[in-house]
Design a protein around this ligand. Structure first.
Ligand SMILES: *[C@@H]1O[C@H](CO)[C@@H](O)[C@H](O)[C@H]1NC(C)=O
Ligand SMILES: *[C@@H]1O[C@H](CO)[C@@H](O)[C@H](O)[C@H]1NC(C)=O
Ligand SMILES: *[C@@H]1O[C@H](CO)[C@@H](O)[C@H](O)[C@H]1NC(C)=O
Ligand SMILES: *[C@@H]1O[C@H](CO)[C@@H](O)[C@H](O)[C@H]1NC(C)=O
Ligand SMILES: *[C@@H]1O[C@H](CO)[C@@H](O)[C@H](O)[C@H]1NC(C)=O
Length: 185
């Protein structure tokens, strides 16, 4: 009982009376890097969050757009644009005057960890030939940015294996590495 009271008391002194968010991690697709976390409360509606990020070796910076937010994710793509770098992000819960400890993501390297979408595939058949067109995924870019170079295909040196199944002969033909050129739509 005493220890419980004491820790509550210490919590009040520190101002950190809330449990921290958990499961703080980056989810990333095509180099769009979004921090996600789990609310410490069942009733998520009354909870606010504040997010900071840092480049490995530097100090924490506020993510201005993610101060006192109610959603449980925060897009940090602009802050993690250098895909070869290593990043951390952390989040705390805020409710009125009280707040939680920070909880931190593990070290995140965009190039090493992002997931790449499948290409879109278009097939155009004529009597004696077929043309297969792949459109590789586009790199994430913020709304007001014009297309960025290099493309995902260049960054990851993406190669695609193509196989064609012939329904009549029931045979599959495999093409070896097909190197795509990036294509703006
Ligand atoms: C951070 O989250 C993990 C689970 O993802 C949890 O085990 C840990 O206790 C949390 N840290 C704090 C300070 O609450
Ligand atoms: C990549 O996709 C897998 C499978 O859906 C998922 O488990 C993983 O968390 C994703 N990684 C990132 C960094 O988004
Ligand atoms: C977030 O909320 C706290 C406490 O309510 C307040 O002091 C702080 O100024 C707010 N920050 C922003 C960026 O709105
Ligand atoms: C394809 O074959 C059809 C019927 O055999 C023929 O009418 C048509 O002209 C051919 N098209 C081309 C582009 O060769
Ligand atoms: C792609 O093709 C190459 C060469 O034919 C082969 O070595 C490789 O295993 C294939 N990869 C997959 C994922 O099928």
């Amino acid at each position: 009982m005493l220890t419980v009271l004491l820790s509550v008391f210490l919590g009040i002194l520190k101002g950190s009376t809330l449990p921290a968010p958990s499961n703080v991690r980056f989810l990333s697709k095509n180099l769009q890097n979004v921090l996600h976390w789990k609310s410490p409360e069942e009733n998520e509606a009354r909870m606010w969050y504040t997010v900071q990020y840092k480049i490995y070796g530097e100090s924490w910076k506020d993510k201005i757009e993610c101060q006192n937010i109610t959603k449980t994710y925060c897009d940090l793509s602009s802050e993690t644009e250098d895909y070869d770098d290593y990043y951390y992000a952390r989040v705390k819960a805020v409710s009125g005057a009280s707040f939680s400890d920070w909880n931190q993501s593990s070290r995140f390297n965009p190039k090493g960890e992002t997931n790449i979408s499948a290409p879109r595939v278009y097939v155009e058949a004529t009597n004696c030939s077929i043309a297969i067109t792949f459109i590789g995924p586009e790199i994430w870019k913020s709304n007001n940015q014009t297309p960025v170079n290099p493309s995902l295909i260049d960054i990851f040196e993406l190669k695609y294996n193509v196989s064609i199944f012939n329904k009549n002969s029931k045979k599959t033909v495999r093409g070896s590495h097909v190197l795509l050129e990036s294509k703006q739509l």
